[in-house]
Write a protein that binds this ligand. Sequence first.
Ligand code: NDP
Length: 291
Amino acid sequence: MSRLIEGRTIAEKVYAGLRSEIAELKKRGRTPGLAVVLVGDNPASRAYVRSKDKMCRDLGLHSVKLELPADTTQAELLARVRELNGDPAIHGILVQSPPPKQIDEAAIVRALDPAKDVDGFHPTNVAKLALGDVSGFVPCTPLGCQRLLIESGIEISGAHVVILGRSMIVGKTLALLLMRKGRGGDATVTVVHSRSRRLAEITRSADILIAAIGQPEFVRAEHVCEGAVVIDVGINRVDDPMVERGYRLVGDVAFTEVSEKASAITPVPGGVGPMTIAMLMSNTVKACGQM
Ligand code: NDP
């Protein structure tokens, strides 16, 4: 049976560190400020925005929650982004994804001041990640995965890390992060995706296997070698008439059978999820400190 990598506990440790950094900044008259912009009324997005706002308040950060109607135009949203770019009380800006279809999300991201892009998707920050420039912002979920590994004492340097999935939000940026030179990097990284051949053969060669494909319980025991570390980024709803809300959350990994072989594994929920929001707070504090 494997060791459980508890994201909630590690996130608490991150918050403890952030609280002292925030206290130091406040002594110098600076309060980190995060603005989260929500366009429309997607219930999942609304819940995410609420929890980000709550966490900001809990840490004593300045929090602005901007809720715009679903018919907001591209020009109106760009105007709000520019206002926030120019607001000295705001150090981090996040436009909650996915926006309604009339919005060109990539253009909105490009309009952000890269120094306030705490989500890390502005081309300047993506380039900094690729170039190994640590002044940039790294997307929160990959950063959270890396931090989970570091805090759990798992050796990344020299390890073969296999990442399932090549999205910008997780797989591709995580690959760049873990192959970067220096602490938390120096891994040998392989990325597999829906076109990859011999997928199970490749995943079985991983010392660290990270699943981010959005396929419920796709990773089975046969994909994992004995003693591997398994990080499950997936969050999938599956119907379950036995529970009151009618569904339950599962990861991309078949937890029970994989945990029989892995040396350490993250649960879903309670693994990568809590780290994503902790890294957003961390990026906001970093942004304030760099301004
Ligand atoms: P995307 O749909 O953007 O990307 C999925 C990736 O997985 C693609 O690269 C796709 O390949 C690959 N893929 C899909 N099916 C297979 C398969 N059968 N075999 C191999 N590769 C496959 O998803 P995201 O990256 O946005 O999210 C992935 C998961 O992570 C989701 O469950 C999501 O909910 C979760 N997530 C969790 C977060 C957290 O905070 N814990 C944050 C963000 C996401 P191809 O490119 O070839 O299509």
